[in-house]
Design a protein around this ligand. Sequence first.
Ligand code: URA
Length: 211
Amino acid sequence: MANAAVRVVDHPLVQHKLTLLRDRARSTKGFRQILNEIGMLLAYEVTRDLPLETVAIETPIQAMQAPQIAGKKLVLAPILRAGTGFLDGMLSLMPSARVAHIGLYRDPESLEAVEYYFKAPSDLADRTVLVLDPMLATGNSAAAAINLLKARGAQDLRFVCLLAAPEGVAHLQASHPDVPIWTASIDSHLNDHGYIVPGLGDAGDRMYGTR
Ligand code: URA
């Protein structure tokens, strides 16, 4: 199977807000707020091609056929903990979406993803699943999260991040060539500690002030 596409969202609002987030002087409160705003903007891009169906409605003036999103609702699947940074923004655009929580942490030595929590709707096979993690670094967590979702039946998945390293993109494309990726930037590389360069540091710590 050919590798899935990578879409870099170059909308000026997204790029401007990403610069605000990268700035080390950004407060915890500001970081969280802007990450949510970018979540909303990325949700707009990643849902651009969702199929529509026509329904009969009546406006105050006359009856008409009008478009609505076809099929079952979406699932938003944040990888804990930084993935939750996108959640409120995305849910404000898609309030009926279901949420799957995926608890993975990065072993500091091996950088491998270790599962500690998984809770998802039972009908994943019928839904489009947006896997959320602001940072696509090694790709280990993203690939592991998608393995877990596929093992529970998910078939239609999209991965949404804020920043990607080329190493993470390559890993995810090799592990899951059927899963397209949306990101606001593909940065230069990973450093020896697995951080994205130039990146923005540890997204979870910056969201929650735990550094
Ligand atoms: N996770 C982060 O939060 N930041 C990185 O740069 C890499 C992984």
